[in-house]
Design a binder for this molecule. Sequence first.
Ligand code: HEM
Length: 488
Amino acid sequence: QFHREIPEGLRQLPGPSAFPIIGNLIDLGSKPYLSLTEMSKRFGDVFQIQIGMRPVVVLSGYETVKQALTKQGDDFAGRPDLYSFRFINDGKSLAFSTDQAGIWRARRKLAYSALRSFSSLDGKLPEYSCVLEEHICKESEHLIKELQNVMRVEGKFDPFRYIVVSVANVICGMCFGRRYDHHDQELLSLVNLAEDFVQVVGSGNPADFIPAMQYLPNKSMKKFVNLNNRFNNFVQKIVTEHYTTFDKDNIRDITDSLIDHCEDRKLDENSNIQMSDEKIVGIVNDLFGAGFDTISTGLSWAVMYLVSYPEVEERLFQEIKVQIGLDRTPTLADRNNLPLLESFILELFRHSSYLPFTIPHCSTKDTSLNGYFIPKDTCIFINQWQINHDPELWKDPSSFIPDRFVNDDGTEVNKLEGEKVLIFGMGRRRCIGEVIARNEVFLFLAIIIQKLHFYKLPGEPVDMTPEYGLTMKNKRCYLGVSMRQQNQ
Ligand code: HEM
C-alpha cells in the first residue's frame, strides 16, 4: 500500500517517520487523542501514521471531517478488518463488521426503524408521552430510592455503578421488554464487562495492527473474547425465549419486531438482499450494547461535572425550580424550556469528548482528500476530541463553560454553536441512537437535578482524568448525595 503510485495531481500524505515493525506506536502513547491532536498541529488535517505495519490516516478539523464523512460519504463509510472486531457479536455486528455496503445499509435501516418505533410508541400510562419517557421516569424513581438506600447504609456511592443499571434497564425495556433489579448479579456482571470492552476497541489497540501480537499469549485479548461470548450468550438466551413465545399479533419489543421481519421476508419473493435471520435478529445485540454503555458513561461524567462545579449545579437546580417547579416530574416536553441544562449537556459532550474517536472507518475505494491520495482499504481515525478542543472553533477550549452555548440574554441555546460539538460522528455512519441518547441524557439529568444534590466527600478524591477507550470512563470514585428540600 505504501508503494502505490500517487495519481497525477495528488500529493503523498504527510506524517511522522515510523520505526520498523512497531511504526508510530510509541508516539501514540496511552492517550492517542492528545498525541494525534499534537501531530495535527504539525502535519495538518489529513496525515498518515503507521501502527505496526499498517498505515492509518488520521482526520482532524471540522471542515475536513465534514468533507470526508458527508460530501464524500460513500468513500469513507467502510469499517476496517480489525482483529478485535471479529469477536464482537460473533463477527456479525452492525457497527463493527466489514459488511459490504448493501447489507450494512439494509441492516442499519432496519435497526433505525425498530429503534424509532419502539421509543416513540405510546406509553402504557396516559401521563407519559411515549415508552422512552415512561422507562426513564420509572428508572429515575428506582435510582433515587437506591441512592437514598446506599447513602443510609454506606454514606457514599459510586455514580457509575448505579447509573449503568438504570440506563441498561431503559434499553432492556425497549429491546427485550424487561427490567432488572439494581442488585441482580447477572445484569451487574454483564454491564461491568463494558469497561474491558471499550479499552480493547479504542482506536489504536496494538493487537489490531501488529499480527504477531495475535499469536502471543495476550491476557486482555483473552478477556475480550471471553466477555464477548458472555454478552452474546446473555442476549441469545433472551432471543430464544422470544422465539418460543413469539406471537405475530402481539409484537412486544424490538426483538419481536426483528423476528417478525425475518418471517415477512421469507414470504417476500422480491427481497433481493440476502441476509440470514441471525444477521437480522443479531441487530438487537448492537442496540443493547451501544444503548447502555454510551449513555451511562455520559451521565456518570455529568455527575462528576456537577460535583466539580457546584455553582453550575445550583444554577441548573434554580432553572428547573423556576421553569418546572418542584411539584411535578420533568418530561421530554420541557427540553426547550431548560436552556442552561441543554448547554450543560453540550459542554459536557464537548469538554469530556468521552468518545474521542468515532469507531474506525475505512476507505471503500481509491480516493483523495484535501489534495492527498488515500488508497482503498485504508484505516481512518476521526479525531472528535481535536475538533471539540480546536482553538480555531472554541474560545478557551480547555475550560468547562456551559454558558458558551447560551445566547446573551440566557433564554435560548445557540443551535449553531451546539452543532459544532462532535460526539455522535457525522454522515453515513452517524450514530443511529442520537435522538434517543440526547433525550435520555436530558430527562435523566432534569429529574435527578430536581430531586438530588451531589457533593464531594472529604478524603475521597475526584479525579477527572479519563481512562482511554472507545468510550472514556471517569475513574471510579465515591461521592455523597442528598435529597433536595422543598424550600431550597
Ligand atoms: C455509532 C456515539 C448512543 C447505536 C456511533 C458512533 C458514535 C456514537 C461516535 C460511531 C460513528 C462513526 O463510526 O462514525 C454515541 C453517543 C451516544 C450513543 C455519544 C450517547 C450519548 C447510542 C444509542 C444507540 C446507539 C442509545 C442505540 C440504542 C449506535 C449504532 C452505531 C452507533 C448501532 C453504529 C452505526 C453504524 O456503524 O452504521 N455512536 N452513541 N448509539 N451508535 Fe451510537
